[in-house]
Design a protein around this ligand. Structure first.
Ligand code: NAD
Length: 287
């Protein structure tokens, strides 16, 4: 008889649509098995129309919690009892924790990003960050960076449907943290050059570089980089983007989005189990 799942095994979910492509179930179940923890992590196809019932199901089934991904991240908060400070500021949730029927929403994407920097010996606290992006990933990074003590953030975005969100994020950071945030138009390349010039780190928090925008870069050419600048991509497929290739040619230290992905999962894992994810083992398995 299989011993992995028994009557005692506790359930953790992932609610999103589409979701069958996700690597989170493999990652979490590998970590449970490696540490001998009696949990199972399963993906459920849940969209906005079934989300409220699914969240009620977390309470009814006494599940430990769940991850939440698109299209539910900005919608699920209204069905929960509490939100972490970062989830409240982001207006998004990717992790739900069930404590005796009380559901708390967290956002671990930004925590994962900051942890991935630390893991690469990159210390941004008290320094200036320039970042492109105002969508889910970028907002989580901007809010967490501000909460953690990054001194200044220059945010660039194109004038698309995310612009209003960028304005909102800048307002929240300036009103509610000690960080100074400013928003600029990503099409103003001379402004981008200027802001990158005195930044410690540049982050591409957009989908540019990843399919279907593969081969494109938010930074036009190599002259925008200098060897001391740290250059980070949030996209992770392909692992090597045009932007990071250019930055490497100039001699910049760079990081791709895989670390953020791993550490956002590790932060959720810790919230559910109280245990540290076996990071070095997971890196071996994921590579
Ligand atoms: P989103 O749809 O919420 O936001 C998209 C962002 O890209 C917006 O800022 C938008 O203005 C910008 N954008 C889109 N097309 C552009 C273009 N042609 N030029 C310039 N900017 C453009 O997406 P998201 O969830 O924030 O994801 C963004 C990227 O981050 C994706 O590649 C996603 O796979 C990746 N991601 C990585 C992690 C991780 O853990 N590493 C987590 C979440 C998302």
């Amino acid at each position: 008889m299989a011993e992995r799942i028994t009557g005692h095994t506790e359930l953790i979910g992932l609610m999103a649509y589409p979701i069958r492509h996700s690597s989170s179930p493999a990652m979490h179940n590998e970590a449970f098995a490696y540490l001998g923890l009696d949990y199972a992590y399963l993906a459920f196809e849940v969209d906005n129309s079934t989300l409220e019932d699914a969240v009620k199901g977390i309470r009814a089934l006494k599940m430990v919690g769940s991850n939440v991904s698109m299209p539910n991240k900005t919608v699920v908060g209204q069905y929960l009892d509490k939100l972490s400070p970062a989830a409240e500021l982001c207006g998004a949730v990717n992790t739900i924790v069930n404590e005796n029927g009380v559901l708390t929403g967290h956002i671990t994407d930004g925590i994962g990003f900051m942890q991935a920097l630390k893991d690469n010996d990159i210390d941004v606290i008290g320094k200036k960050m320039t970042i492109a992006g105002a969508g889910g990933a970028a907002t989580a990074i901007e809010i967490q960076a501000a909460l953690d003590g990054v001194k200044e953030i220059s945010i660039f975005n194109i004038h698309d449907k995310f612009w209003a969100n960028a304005e909102e994020t800048v307002k929240k950071i300036n009103e509610r943290t000690n960080c100074k945030a400013t928003l600029y138009d990503l099409d103003d390349k001379e402004k981008l050059r200027e802001e990158m010039a005195d930044s410690y780190i540049f982050v591409n928090g957009t989908g540019v570089g990843m399919k279907p925008l593969e081969g494109m870069s938010v930074v036009p050419d190599k002259s925008f980089f200098r060897p001391e600048l740290i250059v980070v991509d949030v996209p992770y497929s392909p692992l090597e983007t045009t932007m990071r290739k250019m930055a490497k040619e100039v001699g910049c230290k760079t990081m791709n989005g895989l670390g953020m992905m791993l550490f956002q999962g590790a932060a959720a894992f810790k919230l559910w189990t109280g245990k540290d994810m076996p990071i070095e083992h997971m890196k071996e398995v994921l590579n």
